[in-house]
Write a new protein. Sequence first.
Length: 529
Amino acid sequence: MNDVERLKSEKDGLDVWADILRYAKEGFAAIHPDDFTRMRWYGLYQQKPNEGHFMLRVRVPGGELSSTQVRAFGDISRLYGGSIADITTRQTFQFHWLTPESFPEVFRLLAEAGLSSAGACGDILRNITGCPVAGIDPDEILDARPVIAEIDRFFLCNHEFSNLPRKYKTSVAGCCLHCAQPEINDIGVSGVRRKRADGREEVGFQIRVGGGLSARPFLAKHLNMFVPPEKLLSVFVAVTTIFRDFGNRDNRKKARLKFLVDEWGAERFEEEVRARLDWKPDAAVEWPEPRNSFRDHLGVHAQKQEGLNWIGVCVTVGRLKSDQILEIARIAEAFGSGNIRTTNQQNFLISNVPTARVDEAVKAIEAIGLVVNPTAFRRAAVACTGNEFCNLALTETKLLMREIVDHLEASSVVIEEPLRINLNGCPNSCGQHHIGQIGLQGCLVKQPGGVTVDGYDISLGGRLGAGARFVRPIWRKVPATNLKYAIENLLTGYLEHREPDEDFSDFVDRTPDEELASLMKTEFAEGTV
């Protein structure tokens, strides 16, 4: 039995709540070493360098928030979180600089706003991600928000499923773009349509299981099942029960659901799921995968509600200041209905803005330093927390990604198509570098004289949707100071050598690795390492 399984068997992660409140009175030094792990069940991680501060993640099912809830986030950031907060790739908010003494007030502010951090981290079903334009997108297959709420209510603080073998990530969406990334979740649910025997149209879900990134990425496998919305919870319970009872509890490196699905195969796994259902699912509907589409919902878009619009806002690498968060709440109330949605690209949107007020709302957003119509470089620049706060990260991330984006925008490279650049400070892929068109994984590089500096492995060609695949490594151990020049060189080479109607992904697919590496290694600008 490994150490984490031992401590979970001695006390469930959800049972650490009373201890968290006690530590708030007794201070950081009183925290039992095992409880640092258990505290993750309430979204709390020790913050590097483990000297008294914590990160906190909050549960935001489907990424939907009210202005009151966002205002609570702004207050937490301002009062206890060093006046910053991050939107994560799981559509949650993450805070930093919290101390044990601040926990009661932080949790009080969350509770008063109808929010919880329970189940935000740990070996438990974590925040359920969804489509940020659910219920307002004219093209959606179905609005999955009611089903997300049902599943969240069932699993929230449910001791029957609070001790899973490993973390457990799920997504549920009825979006045509598959924006909730079903391909890389433990359970990935996406909407489909079918014709009934009586000729009427029916909407439901298709199910994938066993996806995930981290150091060993897997694409989820389809189950041959059409699932009506009212039956989806039963499928979640069945899959989660299988994971709980059969997942690997000896080796945490092989404890994710993806390893069990890979070991059993999709056919056997589906048989086990069906055996636990009290109804018989029909066969899955044939449904086309979207091509390597861009899935961020940024910019101004007309809603299905006549006369209303959503405004998708780019937040570079997800980092917000407390005054920006408070202003987002105010703007959402002043120009919309106070409804705010986060995205898994570390951005957000404001919904229900009348057409006559869109321009005014955009100006208000831009006045607080945010962007509604970003460049191709900024639009999809995703970065993990990095070694600024994370104990696992080898390298700095968010400042570096800002530097890369600023450099590309100031360069002579002009690209209109969206470009996904994903930067991660370690192999664990919180920044999702495995699916980036340009994926950057942090490492350490020894320089002449024995000096060690931040570096990155540059990989290319990742995508989801039709032809989904992970990146392939092209140039390893590149000093971080060289990254922006290497990417500039690569994009310059792409513009010079691409074929008519060819996008960047197609170009990478047909170009040999050594040629791509050669393009990046073109002589760097004067003054670089």
